[in-house]
Design a binder for this molecule. Structure first.
Ligand SMILES: [Zn+2]
Length: 479
């Protein structure tokens, strides 16, 4: 625990009084991302969430800030808060871009008794409900940081808080918004992303790499129609046999290692060193405890370094959907004719998605088992990201902010997940510095049941962002 400091105490009060009530209301809105509600526009939930955040920003913003909603035909909106620079030379062109999103994952099943996606519950300092941590808190935390800078008269560069509404669908709308907004965003030299994770709630966590993602459909067929499994069983190849053999071409079923060598990359030395420090901090048992693994179920690898690398710098496969299987109740004695399988690949940060598509198609479609019909259809893909090394100001600011507000030094980590926005920004602003952080820690379960926002972490992070953007303004290191 850090020694109490005035900023953190004030941020704590502000969170309790001014952020918790609207954030609680926000959780009640079922504004799932467009990928999960094709009728999102007619349903009006997204609009309600944006309106809630808009009203709050208007009421709480720094005096000279402007709050607007940027709209493009047929796309989800983007909420913008443009905060003019304060206390820096008038010709300082720098813009800090702070990113978050308001759209949510679908509810999922398995919520504990008394909890639910759209019924917020505050319990033991954690706010349960869908979208509080991923990523509803971001707009509140970002604006609060600037409110405190203003209140305390601390200089800061111009900032734009950009909150999108299509992230959980892979940000299909964001590029168009950023393109349209680019002239008004100006010289972005520092990006703060508040949609990432943390491996404990005891320090400031910085994400230095993200994996890419490739989602594809695998279609396989052996019959023109289903047939009696007694009449045919024993000499017909089944769709499950075909599937098993295809999956075995990609993934070692004993430890999940990806067998396609072209899906591996050279892991940079600095990232390896970071991972070694990380492994000392988060050993295998600790990593395991972050997930609701059933007793007796083992992890895929021995050794913390390998576990962390497997999650951040190596490719991995999850089979996430099937069409073609009847339910257990409805299944008869039938050989199924065909299957459609959804494959979700995580890709190493520096591997181009096109490479993955090409080698996976080759691997799956060439000489199909039993001559079955097999096709590999990529659905969506997003590249990973590897952070530029930290400028001295950022290194120092993170160190000091983490010690001041968390009472421990910060730690860098690779993320197993993907944030499409990061890659897009990295391409747009290649010389910018990136502070990618977030509150999605152990058990916070952003895409499953029982999602929660750990409030002490959200408060400390708010104070840390305050300090880090102040350090950015004071630094002469960036253009
Ligand atoms: Zn998110």
């Amino acid at each position: 625990m850090p020694a109490p400091n005035a900023l953190l105490a004030a941020v704590d009060r502000y969170w309790e009084e001014r952020i918790l009530p609207p954030l609680t209301d926000y959780i009640r809105i079922p504004n799932v991302s467009p990928a999960f509600d094709s009728n999102w526009s007619a349903h009006g939930h997204m609009e309600a969430a944006v309106a809630l955040a808009h009203r709050w920003c208007e009421a709480e913003k720094p005096v000279r800030a402007r709050v607007t909603v940027h709209r493009l035909e047929g796309r989800t909106p983007v909420l913008l808060v443009d905060i003019p620079a304060a206390g820096v030379p008038p010709d300082d062109p720098r813009t800090v871009l702070l990113y978050g999103h308001l759209d949510k994952q679908p509810p999922f099943t398995g919520w504990e008794e008394g909890l639910g996606p759209w019924s917020p519950v505050l319990r033991d300092g954690r706010l349960y409900g869908r979208g509080g941590a991923d990523d509803g808190y971001a707009v509140f935390a970002a604006l609060a940081a600037y409110r405190f800078l203003e209140e305390r008269g601390i200089p800061h560069a111009r900032a734009v808080v950009l909150i999108e509404c299509s992230e959980e669908s892979g940000s299909p709308d964001l590029a168009a918004h950023v393109e349209a907004l680019r002239p008004s965003l100006g010289a972005v030299d520092f990006v703060v992303c508040l949609d990432s994770g943390c491996l404990d709630y005891e320090r400031l966590w910085l994400t230095t790499s993200l994996r890419g993602n490739l989602i594809a459909e695998l279609r396989l067929a052996v019959l023109a129609e289903g047939v009696h499994s007694g009449n045919a069983g024993g000499f017909l190849p089944s769709v499950t046999m075909v599937l098993r053999r295809l999956l075995d071409r990609i993934e070692d079923p004993r430890d999940g290692r990806i067998l396609v060598s072209a899906l591996a990359v050279e892991i940079p030395d600095d990232r390896r060193r970071e991972t070694e420090r990380l492994a000392a901090l988060i050993p295998a048992e600790r990593l395991r405890a972050g997930f609701p693994l059933l007793e007796g179920v083992r992890l895929l690898h021995e050794g913390a370094v390998e576990l962390h690398l497997a999650n951040t710098w190596r490719a991995a496969l999850a089979v996430t959907g099937f069409d073609g299987f009847p339910s257990v109740r409805e299944g008869g004695n039938t050989h199924l004719p065909a299957l459609r399988v959804k494959l979700s690949f995580r890709l190493p940060p520096t591997l181009p998605v096109e490479t993955a598509v090409r080698v996976l198609r080759e691997t799956l479609e060439t000489t199909p088992p039993f001559g079955a019909r097999v096709s590999f259809l990529p659905l969506t893909g997003m590249p990973g990201w590897n952070a530029p090394s930290f400028a001295p100001f950022l290194e120092r600011a993170c160190e000091e902010a983490s010690r001041a507000h968390f009472g421990a030094p910060p730690q860098a980590m690779g993320m197993g997940g993907s944030i499409p926005f990061m890659n897009m920004l990295a391409a747009s602003y290649p010389t910018a510095q990136y502070c990618v952080t977030g509150v999605l820690g152990p058990h916070s379960n952003a895409h499953g049941p029982n999602e929660f926002l750990d409030l002490p972490t959200a408060k400390r992070l708010t104070a840390a962002i305050h300090d880090i953007v102040a350090a950015h303004a004071a630094s002469k290191e960036t253009p």
